[in-house]
Design a binder for this molecule. Structure first.
Ligand code: HEM
Length: 560
């Protein structure tokens, strides 16, 4: 059969699917218990050479963003036709996939077809995976299975895999267009809750001075019968901040990028209810707002939408937050989980907030960097701000913060900081150098760097200075990441180590830094270093890094 692509001269031609091969049929097949992985469902790393072997119509695998999927069973269900899908067989098809339809929710669609991670630098990945010296890897399937479970949950919720690229620009408020044919047939044939994909285009209405204003924002939305998800695209590494709230029944999303504020408003077709969820995809700059419907029902459209003019931000916002949890991270450090009362708040990566505390007539203010997700045991809640607070017995604020009770309310302002995510645009090796609670801005950065796909980060070095072993915050989480991802290298250095400590001892010094930063690589534009800790530590670190040969533009010092 000739390729649709070549035949029509159009890379985006949809193909008529055979009866019994609708999206809903595919979901049913996925839920039928049939093994769609072809390898018994056991997650295993796949080397590029192994991937290349699976390139025939009866045995086809492809990789997207580092995950290998068996697409054999999906071929007849692919709306673009099997031949088109086969163009990606046996290879890393990320680029091809993104060229045609980057909005397609492939990870949900192919959740049951996941073979395992693509192991670039481990041709013998399979051996390593089974190596007796790394027994933890054998337990990993539970993690991978969790991933599969989550993706399938998305499918079960029927979050639509279909999202359209937004190209049109309009000064007008825009309403969604009718559901696509695939979606219409899905709605008619289905007895399950169904979602409709709609797209809308936008640009900021009338920016006062376009030459000075920020680039336009785009958005789209999808729905299930219980919720709508609005995605706002701020741009690659734009590192936005902001908040989402429900105001008189309308959804309002404030988006701060590079000193400009814009407000997205949605007067929804039906009623929405709190709590909202807000999530950021830092690399793409996508902000995702999840809003639950008051009534379980599909809407014809999302409602009326608009973007405000871009206005320069002059004052950081102040928000009241309710204490959700006060947990313990170490013998002297607590983790304060806060929920902003207005609705979820987004702090840009590498930025901090200030906690305000009024005692009699004076106000005490301290800076804290939210640590982001995945550092404590509580489930991911993208709407909470988590602050690591070290208790100083004679301090003013920390004894107060660490003795707060559930439901108490405190005031935060923010965000503050001059860290630009764009600085990391071409970075492949990063040095995160921290002392004590100076680790906090490094945590979200570490997760971000390891999860990046473009360019893929090659190495993250964490050099962590503390007094004693007990002071090393999040040590078990670092150990866990190191077990899963060999790109992370952690070097703990103690200034007051016990006799049993086998690691490095001392304070920040040329010897220690030079042992991990090769002088000949120091001036590479793909290398970057971040520093955070007490002022003296940061200044010393800065001087040493420059002496090693790292240029100032490639060093960022976090100073609260
Ligand atoms: C990497 C090789 C791939 C190529 C060359 C390819 C090509 C195409 C083409 C030409 C279309 C029709 C364009 C349109 O009108 O929308 C299409 C649609 C579609 N493809 Fe693929 N595809 C690939 C991989 C995948 C994968 C891995 C999935 C997900 C499991 C997928 C899911 C879809 C879906 C859901 C549509 C309908 C999209 C829409 O209506 O917006 N494709 N594909």
């Amino acid at each position: 059969m000739p390729s649709l692509h070549n035949n029509m001269g159009n890379p985006r031609n949809k193909c008529a699917l055979q009866p019994g091969h609708s999206l809903m049929d595919w979901i049913r097949l996925g839920n039928s218990g049939k093994d769609l992985t072809g390898v018994g469902g056991r997650i295993k790393p796949v080397s590029p050479s192994e991937l290349a072997l699976h390139n025939s119509i009866n045995d086809a695998w492809l990789a997207i963003r580092g995950r290998v999927y068996n697409i054999t069973h999906y071929l007849p269900y692919h709306p673009g036709g099997p031949e088109e899908l086969m163009r990606g067989a046996g290879m890393d098809a990320t680029e091809l996939f993104d060229k045609v339809h980057p909005w397609v929710n492939y990870d949900s669609l192919l959740a049951k077809c996941l073979v395992g991670p693509l192991s670039f630098d481990r041709p013998d990945g399979d051996e390593l995976f089974n190596a007796p010296s790394r027994p933890d890897r054998l337990r990993e399937p539970s993690k991978a299975q969790e991933l599969v479970r989550k993706s399938m949950e998305n499918l079960a919720n029927c979050i639509t895999p279909v999202r359209k690229k937004i190209t049109a620009k309009s000064e007008e408020n825009v309403k969604g267009s009718p559901p696509s044919k695939i979606m219409q047939s899905l709605i008619q044939s289905s007895d399950l809750p169904v979602s409709i994909s709609r797209r809308a285009a936008s640009s900021p209405s009338k920016t006062t001075d376009r030459s000075k204003g920020p680039p336009p924002l785009r958005f789209d939305w999808i729905q299930t019968s219980t919720k709508i998800v609005v995605s706002i695209y701020t741009g690659y590494l734009a590192n936005p901040g902001g908040c989402a709230k429900l105001l008189d029944g309308s959804l309002s999303v404030e988006i701060a990028t590079n000193g400009w504020l814009r407000i997205f408003r949605l007067a929804p077709e039906g009623n929405l209810r709190d709590p909202l969820q807000l999530k950021i995809y830092s690399e793409s700059g996508k902000i995702e707002v999840v809003a639950f419907k008051s009534e379980c029902k599909l809407w014809k459209g999302c409602g009326e939408t608009s973007f405000s003019e871009a206005i320069p931000i002059t004052t950081p916002m102040r928000v009241q937050c309710r204490v959700m949890e006060v947990g313990t991270i170490s013998h002297d450090t607590s983790l304060l989980t806060l929920a902003p009362i207005i609705g979820p708040v987004l702090v840009p990566l590498g930025h901090h907030v200030r906690v305000h505390y009024k005692e009699s007539d004076s106000e005490c203010i301290r800076s804290y960097t939210p640590i982001g997700e995945g550092w404590d045991r509580s489930p991911n809640d993208y709407s909470a701000l988590k602050l690591a607070v070290k208790r100083y017995e004679t301090g003013t604020l920390s004894p107060y913060l660490t003795s707060l009770n559930l439901g108490d309310v405190i005031t935060l302002s923010g965000s503050y900081g001059n860290f630009q995510l764009q600085q990391l645009k071409s970075v492949k090796t990063i040095y995160l150098i921290a002392a004590g609670t100076g680790i906090t801005p490094m945590l979200p950065l570490l997760r971000f760097t390891l999860s990046r796909s473009n360019p893929r980060c090659e190495r993250v070095h964490l050099i962590f200075f503390n007094k004693t072993e007990e002071d090393i915050l999040f040590r078990n989480v670092f150990d866990e990441i190191v077990r899963q991802d060999e790109r992370l290298n952690v070097l703990n250095v103690l200034s007051n180590a016990s006799a049993s400590w086998k690691g490095l001892k001392g304070r920040i010094s040329m010897d220690i830094l030079a042992s991990v930063i090769p002088k000949e690589a120091a001036s590479s534009p793909t290398l970057f270093a971040c520093l955070c800790g007490p002022t003296e530590f940061t200044h010393t670190g800065m001087d040493l890094l420059k002496k090693i040969g790292i240029k100032e533009d490639f060093i960022h010092a976090f100073i609260g």
